[in-house]
Ligand binder design. Structure first.
Ligand code: ADP
Length: 357
């Protein structure tokens, strides 16, 4: 059985999968510890649903392993742990088994994902201590886009800055990898994939491989999102930093912008129900810019054969799907698919492919 671990700043989400004969996976259990580092942490896993003390990630993973063991899943029953790691940097471009070099690579990518990679690493290190014999694997949120050509990933900035790793990386890669897994051999040659959740991005998938994506150096770029601005001129960012200071400007762009900045709420359901001019404008902005960036993706893959939507908005809102497709109506009839996102399953499948049983 494979334990999939998604370690965030204050929560660790886990799922246990049993691989089946058909290279498919059965979910045995899923849950999380929330409130890590706070006064009241909570575990919700299988039949466990209680407050616990979890001052750090070690304590949270100890609680998870204890809870799993009490419900019959011991570290002996587990065959592997597989981690979601947000940023693989330039070196970690495929799922892999965790060893010292991989840990060093994740560490090296911390400046690129200061809010995420330290937590992912904390999860890996905690399990190395708690279950030293358990093989660990890692899947990276950026890796799916490693197939983008240099012309797509490079910013036209001086060489010294490019050498510092300032380039486009792209994110939501596990979601896109899952979409490719779901299509299997029937994947359309030029597939436009839109992951529309709180974070939103799109990806040009040519013959199963990413050739372009809307997020860049960070997940701020591209589409209008729940609380992130999406694409914005670098000079406008610098001006905001001048006005507010760097940290406050970053907070505003990441947490107070997007649907929230335009419509007062980051929740698409609320905006669709509100029907105020601000809410309607926010939704219009979301759909318009999704389509604008789709145009760019179409150029990257030289046309389009099908569209696929995923993520909370993409999966659930036919209204938003229709409104985005209406902007693309000039392309003629394009088949539209919907795939439910399952990043944890993709992580477990990656581990299985690497030999986890
Ligand atoms: P996260 O990126 O945090 O995992 P999700 O993928 O769950 O987020 O997406 C959350 C978004 O999906 C929210 O904006 C929510 O309003 C939206 N959403 C969920 N269900 C619907 C629906 N039926 N119609 C429109 N939007 C929806």
């Amino acid at each position: 059985m494979i334990l999939v671990v998604n370690a965030g700043s204050s929560s660790i989400k886990v799922a246990v999968f049993q691989p089946t004969d058909t290279a498919d996976l059965t979910e045995v259990m899923a849950g999380q510890v929330s409130g890590i580092g706070g006064p009241l942490a909570h575990i919700d896993l299988g039949t466990d649903d209680k407050d616990i003390a979890a001052p750090d990630h070690d304590a949270a993973l100890t609680a998870i392993l204890t809870s799993l063991a009490a419900q019959g899943i011991t570290t002996q029953t587990l065959t592997a742990a597989a981690h979601r790691v947000v940023h693989g940097g330039t070196t970690l471009v495929a799922p892999c088994r965790v060893d010292d070099d991989v840990v060093a690579g994740i560490e090296a990518a911390i400046p690129l994902a200061p809010l995420h990679n330290p937590n992912n690493l904390a999860g890996i290190r905690a399990l190395q201590t708690l279950a030293p014999d358990l093989p660990q694997f890692a899947s990276f949120g950026t890796a799916f886009h490693a197939t983008n050509p240099d012309v797509a990933t490079s910013y036209a900035i001086p060489a010294e800055d490019r050498a510092m790793g300032i380039r486009r990386y792209g994110f939501h890669g596990l979601s896109y990898a899952w979409i490719v897994t779901q299509f299997g051999d029937d994947i359309p040659s030029r597939l436009l994939a839109l992951h529309l959740g709180s974070g939103a991005s799109l990806c040009a998938i040519k013959d199963g491989k990413s050739v372009a994506t809307s997020m860049g150096y960070s997940p701020l770029d591209g589409l209008t999102m729940g609380t992130r601005s999406g694409a914005i001129d670098g000079m406008a960012v610098l001006r905001m930093a001048e006005i507010h200071g760097m940290d406050e400007a970053a907070r505003r762009l990441n947490k107070d912008s997007g649907l929230k900045g335009l419509g007062g709420a980051n929740d698409m359901r609320l905006l669709l129900a509100a029907d105020t001019p601000e809410a309607n404008f926010a939704v219009d902005h979301f759909c318009y810019w999704a389509a604008r960036h789709a145009g760019s993706a179409l150029v990257a893959m030289g046309g389009i054969d099908a569209v696929v939507f995923t993520g909370g908005i993409g999966q659930n809102s036919a209204d938003i799907r229709d409104r985005i497709m209406a902007h693309l109506a000039f392309l003629g009839d394009i088949p539209v698919h919907v795939v439910e996102t399952h990043e944890e399953r993709q992580i477990a499948l990656d581990a299985v492919k690497l030999g986890a049983a």
